[in-house]
Structures are given as structure tokens and as C-alpha cells.
Design a protein around this ligand. Structure first.
Ligand SMILES: [Zn+2]
Length: 364
């Protein structure tokens, strides 16, 4: 090839690469249940940590592990991957100190309505119970699974068994592994066998409806590595459960683990040719919780002040860099679904109303 052609070819490669980076080919959606924006942005709350009712008899452990007088250092101690990597390469919304507001659009502020809002882009007021039957709406995951590019490349793992209904497993045909569902089908691989056995024998602090996050995470990682889904959802649940129990130490430890696991997911993604530089992550929560002032931090629901206040973060191709957002805006949870679809270069359509995407997340 002559020099001129080399140059043209080289420019073509740069352009192709650039265009490529504007859109994600794969998406990993991660939620951690009922995790407060207060800890996301301010780290450990010393008033809760010092209250003997909430520190499980050992405040020195959490102070040693998560405390710093400096707010920025403190939140980094709780969520190091979030504040080092996502903050540098992606975007983080919901710090109300800057009037950067993200809210539930649904009026209930508990889980099924929240997850349904995330997954359908619609705050349907008829969905008003955690016992609600299978979701009547076509979720984003079901829609994506109907697109030729993503057909049979969508899967979900959730610690809570309600995801079978929230994602309407039966109608959608999506693989939904929730609570104590075994993994690996009829021929589980070696690790899957071990995960299944340990899960069955494990302590069940939340009864039969929800397993410990560690099982959901390890099962999800096996699936991610073996099946390479293009659209993958992982839902962790312990943050909400420990908060309800008033176990602040466990709530913080659960958060710290989720942060570590997102790092593990990202490290894998960036080491795998199918995923590397082609995969975005979207991380959020289903609802907020109350505050320490009325000792309501343990709870959520429409009778709990401010429990509609949430947050979200995104990183990867298609996401504009910009870190922590500090402008006065108001976004809603029902905008997430279309934002995720747009990251993949698609427009999510269904029979129900779908709120528009959050444009400032997108790099184009
Ligand atoms: Zn809850």
C-alpha cells in the first residue's frame, strides 16, 4: 500500500473507533435495594453510627473502616470503585446538596413499583404492592430480547424472588434467576454446582423470598463469563434488608461489597474481547429511605419523609464523562429505561407510556 492509502486507512480506523465509542453494544444494569443517596454522596452518617440502637454494639469497627472527617474521603472509603472509577469516567446524579435531584415518579417508594418503573419507564399507579402479579407491561428487558441484535442475549439475576413477576418471566421467556433458584440447568458446571449447594444450605436471614447477595453475585458472574449476555441485570438486596433491621454496620458492609463486586464486573468486562470498551454499566436503586432525624432511615414507603429521593450512575461507551453532577436539575426514575435503550442506540417502544431519556447522560 502506498503512503497515501495508509493514511486514509488510518483515518478510517480512527473515525470507526470514534463512532463506535458513541454507543454501547452491551449493557449491565445493577441495582442495590433501597440504598440512600445520603450514603452515596456523604458516606457513613456518624449520627446513625453512634446510635447504640443501630451500631450492632460496635461503632469502632465502622468508624475505623468507613469514617473520615472529610466528606469526599469518607464516601470513597465506603464506595472506592464508585468514587474513583465511575466518578472519573462516567456520571453520577442525585446529590441534593447541589439540587441535583433524582426522584421516584411513582408515589409508593417501595420495591415492586420502583423496579417496575426502572424496567418499564412508566410509573403505573396500578402497580401498588410487592405482591403484585406478573407485570402487565413489556419491560425494557423483554423489548430488547425481541430485537434481533439482542435475541436470547438478555438475562437477569436478582436476590429477591419478586423479579420473576416484575420481569414477567413466564410471558417474556427471559432467564430470570431469583432468590434460591438453582443455576446451570440440568448440567451445572463445577462452580455452579458448588454455588447451588452452598445456597441451599446457607443461612436465610430474609426467609425463602430472598437469598444473601453473595450467591446472586457469584451465580451472576458465572453466567456472565460463560453465556456472555449482551443485556444483563443484577439486583442486590441486602442494603434494604439490613436497613430495615436497623443494622447500620451490615448496611454499610453490604454497600462496600456491592462496590467491590461492580469493580469485579468491570474488571472482567474490560478484560474480555466481547465486552472491552463496548459495555456500559447503569447503577441505581429502587427507592430511597428516611433520615436519621426522625429515626426513619430504616424505612421507606409513602409515609416516610423523603423516601422518594434516589440517585443513579452510568459509565462506559455512550455515556458522556463528567463525574458527579452539580447542576440544579430534576430527573425521574421512569426516565432510566429509555436512557438505557438510547445507550444501546435503540428507542424503547411499548403499549404503555414511556418517559423520555435523560439527554445529559448521552455522549451524543
Ligand atoms: Zn424495603
Amino acid at each position: 500500500m502506498r503512503k497515501k492509502y495508509y493514511l486514509i486507512f488510518f483515518l478510517f480506523l480512527i473515525c470507526a473507533n470514534f463512532l463506535h465509542a458513541q454507543q454501547a453494544e452491551n449493557i449491565i444494569i445493577i441495582t442495590t435495594d433501597g440504598f440512600r443517596w445520603q450514603e452515596v454522596f456523604k458516606g457513613m452518617d456518624s449520627a446513625i453510627a453512634n446510635d447504640p440502637k443501630f451500631n450492632q454494639g460496635d461503632s469502632s469497627y465502622i468508624f475505623e473502616k468507613y469514617w473520615s472527617n472529610d466528606e469526599n474521603e469518607r464516601r470513597k472509603k465506603l464506595m472506592p470503585f464508585f468514587w474513583n472509577t465511575i466518578a472519573n469516567h462516567g456520571q453520577i446524579y442525585g446529590n441534593r446538596k447541589f439540587d441535583n435531584k433524582v426522584n421516584n415518579a411513582n408515589p409508593y417508594w417501595f420495591s415492586y413499583p420502583g423496579y417496575s418503573e426502572i424496567m418499564t419507564g412508566f410509573a403505573d399507579t396500578a402497580i401498588n404492592s410487592n405482591e403484585f402479579p406478573p407485570n402487565p407491561h413489556i419491560t425494557l428487558l423483554e423489548f430488547l430480547n425481541q430485537q434481533p441484535k439482542f435475541k436470547n442475549k438478555v438475562a437477569a439475576f436478582g436476590a429477591w424472588d419478586a423479579f420473576d413477576r416484575i420481569l414477567n418471566q413466564q410471558r417474556s421467556g427471559l432467564p430470570v434467576f431469583s432468590a434460591f433458584d438453582t443455576v446451570g440447568g440440568k448440567k451445572p458446571a463445577r462452580n455452579e454446582k458448588l454455588i447451588n449447594a452452598m445456597m441451599q444450605d446457607s443461612y436465610r436471614p430474609f426467609g425463602n423470598a430472598e437469598c444473601l447477595d453473595v450467591f446472586t453475585h457469584y451465580a451472576a458472574m458465572e453466567y456472565l463469563k460463560a453465556k456472555k449476555p449482551k443485556v444483563f441485570y443484577i439486583s442486590y438486596g441486602e442494603t434494604d434488608e439490613w436497613a430495615h433491621n436497623g443494622y447500620y454496620r451490615s448496611y454499610l458492609d453490604a454497600t462496600h461489597l456491592v462496590d467491590k463486586w461492580i469493580k469485579e464486573i468491570w474488571t472482567f468486562v474490560q478484560s474480555d474481547p466481547q465486552y472491552k470498551n463496548k459495555t456500559a454499566i447503569f447503577f441505581t436503586t429502587d427507592h430511597g429511605r428516611g433520615d436519621i432525624i426522625k429515626k426513619e432511615w430504616r424505612d421507606h414507603g409513602s409515609d416516610v419523609t423523603d423516601a422518594y429521593q434516589i440517585w443513579f450512575a452510568a459509565m462506559g461507551p455512550g455515556v458522556r464523562a463528567g463525574g458527579e453532577q452539580k447542576n440544579n436539575v430534576q430527573y425521574y426514575q421512569d426516565q432510566f429505561a429509555q436512557t438505557i435503550a438510547k445507550l444501546l442506540g435503540l428507542t424503547y417502544k411499548a403499549a404503555h407510556p414511556i418517559s423520555p431519556e435523560i439527554k445529559s447522560v448521552l455522549s451524543k
